[in-house]
Design a protein around this ligand. Structure first.
Ligand SMILES: Cc1ncc(COP(=O)(O)O)c(C=O)c1O
Length: 364
């Protein structure tokens, strides 16, 4: 038998066919023609001013409330630097983005994982924890098309989280890189907007709407907190990549961003639907919430399923995915994350067959 072609359900990145390469070339050309000094100088830690103003306008806030960084991961790291000290309590979702867990642990935060339900964080569990046990400094929440869980935070839960943050005086960190990638259902307002900006810091990114290689993300928050983040940014790198930000600005200002979002949405709608159908057919014991957007689908298998063994069996079949245990401090041995952003519908069909075979091999 010939070696199968590798298929990766592991990487949360878009395939190149949904990146507007030609639009980016044109944007880069305009960036260098229209504003070579802005694109090629150091600039300031705030980021490229025209892009900062464009973001502020989209969010209906003052530019002083925005800082543009090298990817939103950098924005997250700066925020943790200014808002979290060793020994501080931080609420995280369970499961959550693995790099958030790493970043918070590196800073010596005490993590309080709170379970996720089909419509986001388990508010009852959170309220119980707040009453009985924890005094958090910050809560990290991924509201839309969760990485890794694929779920979306409901409107009542958004409102309740804001109330709890006020009552228990913790900062709500809304980490929202997938916001624009909704391909079904109704958009929900950001907690940033619902709260009137009070007590919420918001992060987003152009990684999922333009391309990850451009490394442009940003934070929106109160002027006071953004000023603290600016100081952290100056000492880290003087300024972020001005050339990258000027390209994103030109791309957005010319309307290419909105077209790119449409391309990504429609490709991911098809991929998510192919994946859901293949899973229902080939792995009927898999429980999952069909995502309404974003890159990820989270699978829970019957208790006792050894996903770590299935991971090894899948590797032999040249299929990669991420084990659920990577996104939690403990537990989750029967769970896994599938990223459908970087694979075509054909690869999804083939990948799900390999996953079904791998699970059958370890069950047997
Ligand atoms: C929840 C979440 N936050 C932050 C990031 C970082 O994104 P970037 O640094 O590419 O903007 C990611 C990337 O996958 C993510 O899933």
């Amino acid at each position: 038998m010939s070696d199968p072609t590798p298929i990766s359900f592991a990487r949360g990145a878009p395939s190149l066919d949904i990146v507007d390469v030609a639009g980016l070339r044109e944007a880069a050309d305009r960036a260098l023609a229209d504003d070579p000094a802005g694109a090629l100088s150091y600039g300031t830690a705030w980021g490229y001013q025209p892009l900062r103003e464009w973001i502020a306008d989209r969010h209906q806030v003052a530019p002083e409330q925005v800082i543009v960084t090298n990817g939103s991961m950098q924005a997250d790291a700066f925020l943790f630097d200014v808002a979290v000290s060793a020994g501080d309590g931080v609420i995280v979702e369970r499961p959550t983005y693995d790099r958030t867990l790493l970043s918070l642990r590196e800073r010596g935060a005490v993590l309080y994982p709170v379970g996720l339900e089909d419509d986001g964080i388990d508010i009852v569990e959170l309220e119980r924890e707040l009453q009985d046990r924890i005094t958090p400094k910050l809560a990290h929440i991924i509201p839309n098309f969760h990485n890794p869980a694929g779920c979306t935070l409901s409107m009542p839960k958004r409102q309740r989280l804001i109330e709890l943050a006020r009552e228990y005086e913790f900062l709500l960190f809304e980490d929202d890189p997938y916001h624009a990638i909704r391909f079904s259902g109704e958009p929900l307002p950001r907690m940033l907007e619902l709260s009137g900006g009070d007590g919420v810091v918001y992060a987003s990114s152009f990684s999922k709407t333009v391309c990850p290689g451009v490394r442009v993300g940003y934070l929106v928050g109160s002027q006071a907190i953004i000023e603290q983040v600016r100081k952290a940014a100056v000492s880290a790198y003087i300024s972020p990549s001005m050339i990258a930000q000027s390209i994103v600005y030109q791309f957005a200002a010319a309307g290419a961003l909105d077209r790119s979002i449409e391309t990504v949405r429609s490709a991911l709608r098809e991929r998510a639907s192919t994946l859901g159908a293949a899973l229902r057919r080939e792995i009927p014991q898999a429980r999952f919430v069909a995502p309404e957007g974003g890159y990820f689908l989270w699978i829970e298998l019957p208790a006792g399923t050894d996903v770590a063994a299935a991971f090894e069996a899948a590797k032999e079949r040249k299929l990669a995915f991420v084990k659920g245990t990577d996104f939690m401090l403990d537990g989750g041995e029967n769970t896994l994350r599938i990223a459908y952003s970087g694979v075509t519908p054909d690869q999804i069909e083939e990948g799900v067959s390999r996953l079904a075979e791998s699970l059958a091999a370890v069950a047997g």
